[in-house]
Design a protein around this ligand. Structure first.
Ligand SMILES: O=P(O)(O)OC[C@H]1O[C@H](OP(=O)(O)OP(=O)(O)O)[C@H](O)[C@@H]1O
Ligand SMILES: Nc1ncnc2[nH]cnc12
Length: 181
């Protein structure tokens, strides 16, 4: 099992483009566009993220704008669930609930529609990557504010040194990642 996982993660890593000093000196940007552009890579990402949740009674996949949308729609289809977009402030047309979160410089806000999820929903939260975890924790708080339960969170990439996965676990939500840097 561990062997299979490390084979999968080496395969996926070989297709991720790493850009040193982007967007600022000292940061290595992990670009998933080269992975998602590859039919086998894309399929392995979706199958790998879906596998732990095939029998978990997930009712909705929620994905965070924008890169999370690359995996969220396909995962919802694979799991046979609805899809909920978590969007940056000001994009959703109907009544929303909002949650602000910390960026490296300043703050931003995420929103969902007030009726996007409710008590009884079992939500899987997904994104391409977890870094500090600020974005994911804000999304978790948003769903809790409308009474919906986040069953788990899943990311292609975990930037381990930034501690985001620990922050999400401390907020009471399990974290699944396909590969770590
Ligand atoms: O764990 P954190 O430190 O919160 O960072 C992770 C978030 O940062 C990236 O999105 P970004 O805000 O760059 O937006 P994008 O998806 O629109 O590119 C990434 O797709 C995650 O959503
Ligand atoms: N190093 C990184 N690469 C890609 N996306 C990111 N989001 C936050 N840190 C990132």
């Amino acid at each position: 099992m561990g062997g299979e996982n490390s084979q999968l993660s080496s395969y996926l890593k070989s297709m991720i483009r790493s850009l040193p000093d982007h967007p600022i000196p000292g940061v290595t940007f992990r670009d998933i566009t080269t992975l998602m552009d590859d039919p086998t890579g894309f399929a392995r990402v979706i199958d790998g993220m879906a596998e732990p949740f095939l029998e978990q009674g997930i009712t909705k996949v929620a994905a965070i704008e924008a890169r999370g949308f690359m995996v969220g729609g396909a995962l919802a289809y694979r799991l046979g669930t609805g899809f909920v977009p978590v969007r940056k402030k000001g994009k959703l047309p109907y009544k929303t609930v909002s949650m602000s979160y910390e960026l490296e410089y300043g703050t931003d806000e995420l929103e969902i529609h007030v009726d996007a999820a409710q008590a009884g929903d079992r939500i899987l939260l997904v994104d391409d990557l977890i870094a500090t975890g600020g974005t994911a924790v804000a999304a978790i708080q948003l769903f809790r504010s409308v009474g919906a339960e986040i069953i788990a969170s899943s990311f292609i990439i975990d930037l381990v040194d930034l501690g985001g996965a620990e922050k999400v676990r401390a907020a009471g939500v399990d974290v699944y990642t396909l590969l770590q840097y």
